[in-house]
Design a protein around this ligand. Sequence first.
Ligand code: DP6
Length: 392
Amino acid sequence: MAYQATATAPVNIAVIKYWGKRDTALILPTNSSLSVTLDQDHLRSTTTSRADAAFQGPDRLWLNGKEEEIKDGGRLWVCIKELRAWRREMEESDSALPKLSEWPLRIASYNNFPTAAGLASSASGLAALVSSLSTLYALPQSASELSRIARQGSGSACRSLFGGFVAWREGTSPDGSDSLAEQVEPASHWPEMQALICVVSDAKKGTSSTSGMQRTVATSPLLSARLAGVPARMKAMESAITSRDFPAFAELTMADSNQFHAVCLDTSPPIFYLNDVSRAIIALVEEINRANTTPIAAYTFDAGPNAVIYAQAKDMPVIITAVKKFFPTEQEFTDPLKVGEAPLPQGFNDTVVRHGGWEKGAVKALIHTRVGDGPRVLGESDSLLGENGLPK
Ligand code: DP6
């Protein structure tokens, strides 16, 4: 007898960044963070988990068709172990339940966006894993409780268990029990919120967030100044979101991204995630906002050169026009949201971007999406596993 569940989970992009751990084993952060969940219609991870008494040997997992080792004591192993323990508790108190916790697992996960795009897939991937396993095990735990497990897979993954606008509360308990995600507002609160992801070419292999943030904690004197300011910034961001105050949201988002990259530069040896194209995108957005007098766009950058530009639906046509003009993409852009294009604001100064624009392909591709909901459970027909328990 086999039981299985398939779930999808979204990507999230932080507007108040998580950067630093106070406990590297439990993944407890040095500061609270806040993100926007992006629409799974465009970007998602899908995971199928199956438990079968007939499976032999240890648990196995495939990512995009390639088998990954589930290392003893590693992050994946911890997530599976904790969810299985919750299932075991249920089975112990109700003997009528099938003993799924005793059966080996087969797990297949798939991202619908290329890993080569440089978009972080660990957050959506781990959230999809936790969602599919918790569905398979019929766990009663809330999304916040599940976020504590996802957090131990990858810190930012805890925020992908919710849709809309999501806070990861750092918590104070040494055991991590209060370090979890909660929804600040659902996607329906501010459906006009959209994101344009500019996939920036990058030949070199960057520093991973896991090792980069530890180096910052160990060496950056500026980090303490950042940490002292985050609580007030979190408060201000939550109120900007609750009151749908885009200019305040934009100022806070850009300031936090810039401060995060400042502590990276302050790390020894320094970490450079932004490149010349990233900085040119910053200059472009700053100039659009200046010419417009109030901010209509907000850039933010994670541990790589890709830009995510947040803007409301009504302003996105201007942003798309500007980005296409100065950064002609390699891959042709067809907009799934079909917002169209619009002229740049009066008084916009072309000279902020060099030579009237960059060579084709400096920005490889554009992905236009919007705020979206949390994990979804799919049906049997969406399973990623074949009858033999191997990826289809
Ligand atoms: C810059 O969640 O990838 O994207 O907890 O070590 O897995 P680990 O790190 P990860 O770090 C994300 C860093 C960031 C900011 C953010 O998403 O808040």
